[in-house]
Design a protein around this ligand. Structure first.
Ligand SMILES: CC(C)(C)[C@H](NC(=O)Nc1cc(F)cc(F)c1)C(=O)N(CC(=O)NO)CC1CCCC1
Ligand SMILES: [Zn+2]
Length: 184
């Protein structure tokens, strides 16, 4: 299972690489990596397991964060309506998105960043993500709210992008015109 020692931190070059597409159908090894990413986010949200293994609770994790430069991610998050979004995908891609933007009013953090980086992170308010699940089936997800934010954050990791790359350097809290604030 993945623990915090497996999660690389900012400064590690892998976080700035563009990850490789996963050849489908996936090998057993690729399937094991994808499964371990989802296992981490699920385990980390279980207070007993998290405290037993010292896991930082996370709602998403991308393969480059465990030094595997391949296009894989896992998300386990409940949206404001209480709907659980639990997905582990190979080769996820945003195939369409809203013009409207959104942002977490609390700003963002990252399991690979051991510091606070204040500021608003502009994201698309709604995205359609296409990917392949562990069984090799194509998955198409229409997302909004917190799930949309998480998927965009994780897909950024697959392209070597960190959340703070999006923060306005002159004024980190510069209002984002017309953007939808998403409360925590
Ligand atoms: C880095 C950490 C702060 C642990 C972050 N968790 C998080 O944002 N939790 C959260 C947010 C809410 F809006 C409501 C709620 F109920 C819980 C997280 O897991 N990640 C995952 C990560 O680093 N993936 O690479 C960072 C998030 C920032 C925006 C989306 C993912
Ligand atoms: Zn992150």
């Amino acid at each position: 299972m993945i623990t915090m020692k497996d999660i690389i931190r900012e400064g590690h070059p892998t976080l700035r690489k563009v990850a490789e597409e996963v050849t489908l159908p996936p090998t057993e090894e690729d399937k094991e990596v994808l499964r371990s990413l989802l296992e981490y986010v699920v385990n980390s949200q279980d207070p007993e397991v998290a405290s037993k293994y010292g896991l930082r609770p996370g709602i998403g994790l991308a393969a480059p964060q465990i030094n595997v430069s391949k296009k894989m991610l896992a998300v386990n998050v409940i949206d404001e309506k209480g709907t659980l979004y639990s997905h582990a995908l190979f080769n996820p891609k945003i195939i369409s998105h809203s013009v409207e933007k959104a942002y977490l009013t609390s700003g963002e953090g990252c399991l690979s960043v051991d510091r606070q980086v204040p500021g608003l992170v502009p994201r698309y308010a709604r995205v359609t993500v296409k990917g392949w699940n562990i069984n090799g089936e194509e998955v198409k997800l229409r997302l909004r709210g917190l799930p949309a934010i998480v998927f965009q954050h994780e897909i950024d990791h697959l392209n070597g992008i960190m959340f703070y790359d999006h923060i306005n350097e002159e004024n980190p809290f510069e209002p984002i015109p017309g953007a939808l604030p998403i409360e925590r």
